[in-house]
Each structure stands twice: as structure tokens, then as C-alpha cells.
Design a protein around this ligand. Sequence first.
Ligand code: OAD
Length: 282
Amino acid sequence: MLTYFSKVNFSQCASTPFICKLSNILKSANQKSIIVLEGAGISVAAGIPDFRTPLTGLYSKLGHLNLPNPESIFDIEYFSENPLPFYQIAHTLIPSSKIIPTPAHYFSKHLQDLGLLKRLYTQNIDGLEHQAGISEDLLVEAHGNFRNAHCIKCSRDYPISDFIKRINKFKTKNGTKPLFCKCGGLIKPDVVFFGESLPERFFKLSEIDFSNDTKAIIVMGTSLQVQPFASLISYAASNTPVFLLNKESVEGFEKEKNHFFIKGDVQESINLVSNILGWKHK
Ligand code: OAD
């Protein structure tokens, strides 16, 4: 949780110019003028691996499933034909109640509390933005979440508790058997798979959000490899600064004059910005 202290401290600015640029913008930003885009890198500190980091990312740990490629685990066509691999690891993907949001999650909540947050778009399916208290109207979970499940044939809804109960009931040595609805369709969490459309809300809101009255776009912990999410930054007006807080730069970033890369651990960068602005952790 962050609280607001009025003492602003720009003494660290010489060594971290883009962090200071971002802090300056936040200090004088108008109401509802900041957009945040998030990816798996911000949940790593909560104990949830990201997807593509070699050796530690989820996609590096799926060799035993003999998938055509790691992303097949979230491919709707592959899942419809070969549901077993997904069910084998589904229990590891469902966020545990012990997982708690990170400083980066609470940073967005603080932007919301100050009235600065225009919208938070996340690719994350762990629900930590929700858990941190981002309100429904300001949040776009572009790739869905694990709060519910549904039948891919008749669309019947299943509470995730029911999905988890079934996973436990049909547990085998290798995970679990596929879970079927009464109609014969497969039951799948409300996570958007490759080949499925993103929620209508994503398209509707992104069309109106990225206008000139946006003071900054903060992109945190994502490789920006997955479309259409990755294209959101291209909707920014040419005078809107886009800050990427990530361990590594990503393809296509820093090509524009308004792109600023803040390299390093996202939690540390967020702490620096918070310190400069006098936003302290309780
Ligand atoms: P990726 O795993 O592709 O990228 C995570 C990025 O975060 C990488 O560039 C890491 O270097 C960086 N990173 C990791 N830990 C970090 C840290 N502590 N500080 C700063 N940066 C860090 O994850 P996403 O971009 O979120 O789809 O992946 C996008 C989508 O691909 C996901 O939503 C998922 C996946 O297929 C679904 O879940 C349906």
C-alpha cells in the first residue's frame, strides 16, 4: 500500500534522468491522464514466473508436454484437439490465495487514488490488479482472468471454485483429466487463448483512451510480443511520452522520439519514482 507524502525529492535525478522525467510528469499530471500497460514481469516479485524469460519463464518449463511450441498451451485450436496438456498444468496457473500484489501493482492503485489513472490495461491473468483494488471501470484485463470458467461449446459459466473442485476430483498422476460440460464441450478458465478474440471492452476503450489528453503511458514488465496488446503504444500521440520499465528493451521500442526506456527491475524503478515523489510504502 502507498501513502502520499508531500515532500518531493529530486536529488536522485542526475543518475536516473528518465525516472525523473516520469516523476516530473506525474507530479503535475491532470486527472485521468495516465495510462498504464502491464505484463507478466510485474508479477515475478509476487512469485509468479513470466512467460518468455529463458530458464525461469513458464514457456521454458513445458518440455515434458511435447507441444508443437510453448505457446500451444494457450492456443484454442490446439486445446480443442489436445486438451490434456493444458489440464496437466492448469492447477499451477490458478493464482493461489497466498499470492499478494507487488509495489508495481500498488503504484497503479496509488495513481487511481490520486485520480490520475485514466486506464490500466493488463495482459496478466493472475488477477493481482483486481486484488490491489483497481476499480472495474479503470481496468481492462485484455487476456482475461482465472475468476471464472466457461464451456467452449455452449458458453455455460462455471465458477472457478467449481473448476478447481473438478480438477481435484479428476486428478491423475500427470495432472488431471480434461473437464467436460454436460453438453460435451470442454471447460476452460476465462483466459483469452491465442486464436480467441480479446474482450470487446479492450477494443472499445483503446479507441478512445489514447488521445492527446494523455500525459504519459507507463509500460511495465512486458516483452510486447503479443498482438493486439503490443500495438497499443502505437496509438499514442507523437507528443505523449511512453515509458517502458523493463529488464530488457523490446523490439520496436525506442524507435520513436517519445519512447523512453527505464532499464532494470521494475519494482526498483517504481520504488525510485515513489521515493522521488514522496509516495511511501506503509
Ligand atoms: P513475457 O514473459 O513475454 O515478458 C515479460 C517481460 O518482463 C520480459 O521482457 C522480462 O525481461 C521482463 N521482466 C521479468 N521480470 C522483470 C522484473 N523483475 N523487472 C522488470 N522486467 C522484468 O510476458 P508478457 O509480455 O506479459 O498470454 O506476455 C504477453 C502474453 O504472452 C501473456 O499475457 C501470455 C503470454 O502468452 C496469456 O496468458 C494468454
